[in-house]
Structures are given as C-alpha cells and as structure tokens.
Design a protein around this ligand. Structure first.
Ligand SMILES: [Fe+2]
Ligand SMILES: [Fe+2]
Length: 203
C-alpha cells in the first residue's frame, strides 16, 4: 500500500503551515488540547467503522481500515491515560468547526463514486492536518516527554493520510483523485486562513 503514485506524493503537501503562535497557546491550555485530542481519535475510529459499514463490498477498504480502527482507538486510550495521570476527566466534546467546514465541501449531489471519493479525501485531509499539528507540538512544546508523546502520533497519522489517498487511487482513476485532492487542498488553505488561532483545540 505504500506504493502510492509519484503524482500523489507531490500533491500531498498542505499549502498552509500552522500559525507559529498556535503551539504556545496550546502549551498554555494543554488540558483542553488533551481533551480535544482524545475526541479527535474517537472520531477517527468511529469514521473508519462507518466507512467499513457503508462500503462493506470493498474488500481492500475493509482490510486496510480494520487495523486503523484499532490504532485510532489505541490512540484514544493513550490520550485518556495522559489525562488520568494529570487527574483530569475526559471532558466534553466540543463543536468541531474545522471538520464541519470540511463536511460542507463534500459533494452532496454527486455520483456515488464522487461521494465515496470525497469521504476518503476528507479523512486524508483531517489526518494530514492532524499530522502537521502533532509535528508542531512535537517540536514546539517545552516538555520533553510531551514532545516525544506527540512525535509518535505524528508518525502514525502520516501513515494514515497516505493510506486514504492510496485507497482512493485503488478504486478511482488517479487523475480524478489528483484533481479533486487539489480542490480539497485549496479549500482547506482558504479555511485555515479564516479560522481563529485557538490553543484549546487540535484544529
Ligand atoms: Fe490517531
Ligand atoms: Fe489517524
């Protein structure tokens, strides 16, 4: 699965790097970051389960996403452990503006194929941006332990975003995937430019 096309490799990159102020804000509100992060992992696991339920006829998707469910759930548990160490409860799930805005961009009236592609690309984008945010935390936090903690997440999510693109390329023509991914990248760049920089959330 690692053999995604060179074209895809070239276009994976997000256009906008996170505002450097974000890590400093995140460090101040680490409790909120951990709570938000835990819920992000929960949503990643749940969404993979939904994809498996909805596309149970696609054997490769079922095969590749099943272990991701376990991995995301183990991430959820890792974050829960960090909260517990700090005597913090899980806390409430917030409204996820970033994800909601991405969902707004999904084609509602397109063909089943187009809807399938958008679901995969939405996941790819969330994984890519999460990976980028974890990278910021792994480099920018003062606490050495937490830098290492976030490095592990960064590596794991990097594998995920390429997986969703690879899956899209297995089921749909590569040029179609590439073209739509470009639209998504443009949309996300615009979205990030207009989002408030807040330290209490992963994105
Ligand atoms: Fe994860
Ligand atoms: Fe992930």
């Amino acid at each position: 699965m690692e053999s995604y096309s060179q074209d895809t490799k070239n276009i994976l990159g997000l256009q906008l790097v996170t505002d450097p102020r974000w890590v400093n804000l995140a460090a101040i509100s680490l409790e909120d970051i951990l709570t938000d992060h835990a819920w992000c992992e929960q949503k990643a696991a749940t969404t993979c389960i939904s994809l498996i339920q909805r596309y149970s006829d696609k054997a490769l998707l079922v095969e590749k996403l099943s272990p991701i469910v376990s991995e995301e759930w183990s991430h959820f548990r890792m974050v829960i452990r960090e909260l517990k160490k700090r005597n913090l409860p899980l806390g409430k799930q917030r409204k996820d503006i970033y994800v909601n805005k991405l969902i707004e961009f999904q084609k509602k009236g397109g063909s089943p194929e187009e809807r399938f592609l958008d679901l995969l690309l939405t996941m790819a984008l969330i994984e890519a941006r999460s990976c980028e945010r974890f990278k910021r935390l792994s480099e920018g936090l003062e606490d050495e332990y937490l830098r290492g903690f976030y490095r592990k997440f960064m590596e794991s999510e990097a594998g995920h975003y390429t997986l969703f693109i690879t899956l899209a390329e297995k089921y749909l023509p590569k040029d179609k995937v590439r073209k739509r991914w470009k639209d998504w990248i443009e949309y996300e760049t615009e979205l990030m430019q207009h989002m408030e920089v807040r330290g209490d959330r992963i994105h």
